[in-house]
Write a protein of this length. Structure first.
Length: 265
């Protein structure tokens, strides 16, 4: 996968984009956003050079949601490859396909993370094939992108990701099944969560300090303002950069994401 690693970026590079995430999605006034913004409408803080006018003080200005957002490299791919030498002002169809490519790039990120798991070697060939198909879909021309069924592709790939997770966690005895669990504000300090299935769990504000999350599957878990320390989430599975960024402030200085910046193991 070294060639894929070199070829496909799966982290946002805003310097090579035209502010697509500041235009395409809608914002709803909340704790994460200070205002309502309809889809396909530029954020009032987006400048003419596509830079954010309040980037260095987003949380203070009420835009914490922006600090935890990652397009997984979809923005620069569209701007640099699919629609080169233009931007959404001259090619508004960029906005129509941004969310599609972002969803496909997120899927690529998870496949790349699964390919980094030696214990999942039994499904590596299938994962590589899934990566190639998903990458081809994400790199299609504007007309074809408009017809891509992201949900169908996700349904094809998710069983492989679940299998990779099961293989990686299989060596942990007595692992806990907490998929989709509501653990809002839960006191989980010092708990043994090795190999736990926490896919889609709601861990908003949970206290995970001292908990052992080695090989715990945190796919899609809501970790906003959760507290971790020590090894934290470094040895957990499928933790995205956005999840790390959403952790409670005391944890941020001590936790480093161990995630694939580019595709492949």
């Amino acid at each position: 996968m070294s060639a894929l690693r070199a070829a496909r970026e799966l982290r946002a590079d805003c310097s090579r984009c035209s502010g697509l995430c500041c235009v395409a999605p809608a914002f709803a006034r909340s704790a994460d956003f200070a205002l309502d913004k309809p889809a396909r409408s530029p954020c009032p803080h987006l400048q003419g050079d596509f830079r954010c006018g309040i980037h260095d003080r987003l949380p203070e200005r009420g835009f914490r949601g922006c600090t935890v957002y990652d397009c997984f490299g979809a923005g620069q791919r569209l701007t640099q490859e699919t629609f080169p030498d233009t931007d959404w002002r001259r090619a508004p169809e960029l906005l129509d396909v941004f969310q599609t490519v972002r969803a496909l790039h997120e899927l690529l990120w998870y496949v790349a993370a699964a390919l980094e798991l030696p214990a999942a070697a039994a499904v590596h060939d299938e994962l590589r094939a899934a990566f190639a198909v998903t990458d081809e879909l994400a790199g299609a021309g504007p007309a074809k992108l408009a017809g891509v069924d992201v949900d169908a592709q996700r349904d094809r790939v998710n069983p492989l990701l679940r299998r990779a997770s099961e293989l990686a966690r299989a060596r942990v005895p007595g692992r806990r099944e907490l998929r989709g669990a509501m653990l809002l504000g839960a006191d989980l300090r010092g708990q043994d969560l090795r190999g736990a299935d926490l896919r889609g769990a709601v861990l908003v504000g949970a206290d995970l300090r001292g908990a052992d999350l080695t090989l715990a599957d945190l796919t899609g878990a809501d970790l906003r303002s959760a507290l971790v320390d020590g090894r934290g989430l470094r040895d957990a599975l499928f933790v995205t950069p956005a999840q790390f960024a959403s952790l409670g402030q005391p944890a941020l200085a001590r936790v480093t994401a161990r995630t694939p910046g580019r595709a492949g193991p």
